[in-house]
Design a protein around this ligand. Sequence first.
Ligand code: DMJ
Length: 622
Amino acid sequence: MPVATLLPFTATPNRKSASPTSFRLTEKFILLLVFSAFITLCFGAIFFLPDSSKLLSGVFFHSSAVETNTRTGPDSSDSGSAGNDERVLAKIRKDHEKALLEAKDTLQKRPDEIVKDIRNEKDELVKESVGQGGKDVNNLPFVEYRRPPGTTGHEPLDPETRERRAKIKEMMKHAWDSYRRYSWGSNELRPISKQGHSSNLFGSIKGATIVDALDTLYIMEMFEEFDAATEWVEKNLDFVVNAEVSVFEVNIRFVGGLLSAYYLSGKEVFRRKAVELGEKLLPAFKTPTGIPWALLNLKSGIGRNWPWASGGSSILAEYGTLHLEFMHLSKLSGNPEFAQKVMNIRKVLNRLDKPQGLYPNYLNPNSGQWGQHHVSVGGLGDSFYEYLLKAWLMSDKTDEEGKKMYYDALQAIETNLMRKSSGGLTYIAEWKGGLLEHKMGHLTCFAGGMIALGADGAPSDKTGHQMEQAAEIARTCHESYARTALKLGPEAFRFDGGVEAIATRQNEKYFILRPEVIETYMYMWRFTHDPKYREWGWEAVQALEQHCKVEGGYSGVRDVYSSTPNHDDVQQSFYLAETLKYLYLLFSDDDHLPFDHWVFNTEAHPLPVIKKDNTDRPNEVE
Ligand code: DMJ
């Protein structure tokens, strides 16, 4: 018998012509026989294989990965008693009987009826999750949308700048078109193998590149592409997934991307989706201290931390990089819980002693105590400092607590971490229990832009000093690019063993299209209008075009010191969200997303300043 005839959902040519109700008696009989044999086999396994009931309960009722890493509550006691086994077996038996009946039922149905049933079940699931504590995001309070100023720019007067800006838009088009052509709907693009790529940071949420790129498309006035992306979000962006995600990554890319898209375009779908996703992240805060877990299963609401993080700690740059988005979520949903959660993080931090005034990267969410005393302004620490400053700026300079925490932390960083090499390059080292590691990460290079952004608000005698620091960091990071064969920066560079601003370890020589150095050029340009920042940005554009552009998009490279690039075959979503956006803004006038009306989240998604007198007017020109 051909296999196709055994597959009830496969439309074979002769099945099309049969009547809709139509399985012949013999077919039904055979199918029933197959099902009964299968069920008998399952029961055989349950009763005769050694300890099979435990095996089954493990497979069907728990995710072992999650279980081993979460705290146990009163209802998670050992369920291995004989009585329990009986109940479990009875339940399995009942479930199987039900499944058999349903399968028989399904066999009577037409394919379109089956599709309808699946849709209904999905809707039910959504309703259920709303009933289980999620709010009904279709009933958000009315919010009057006012477009903040500068959502789109205008052509720069100077012809060279105009041309360069147009070139960046062309790069965005290539990155976007390639993604659309080869991996539409996946999280990221593999530009060499021309297929989709997904990192486990997003669980089974899809479309990271689409959501991350929405605002860049809008800002560059690529409206046809923006509309296609919007349509995808409306129809396909789905958070009803049984998967574990990184709370930080999902927040900065998805929540941040959706919020920006809402504030730029005014389209309600983005507000709705942002709030829906925000609600799904709230269970991450269910810890004794309210310091959230790093990882969260969006369906079960069970969280845990990265297994490698010092004694089950949460990470400073992760729990400390929720503030901007969560404040906006409260504003757009009318639900104060988001703001309360992030304000509580501040409270916990303010109660703790800080070694030398520094914030260690690891904090245990159960005990509320620091883990290892590692401090970094790069990976694991970076955007925590950024969000303190930006929380103050985004609050229209009313958040005095955020302001104080930022300037105090910066002072401690200057005293303990900032050093000058013998060749005169200022760098920010890493601190490990009091000892300095003279290494600076590509990620740390964002600090030039951050310090420049904060310089104006610093106590008056410090403004000039901080601008100088920012300029020096920008210069050091530029050197880290200039001293390579490809003129692209390594992941980390060192100031020891006789080298300055050079990577010495093979596993620190890669470049993955990161934005931080260009981000700093953009801020430095806005604050100084020194043409060298545009020149440095242009050098990066040429290197990207020469070494990272491939027929199928843009790819990272494995070794920036080797003159023949070895591509890593990933077009990171932050390349479209950040690198290309910051480049575009570097060659745009200052009134495009002006800093007194917008702050950028750590993924470069612009969020409007929440004006204290509520007088943020729509831009008359737009
Ligand atoms: C981005 O996702 C964000 O900028 C984050 O803060 C750090 N890393 C990447 C880009 O390098």
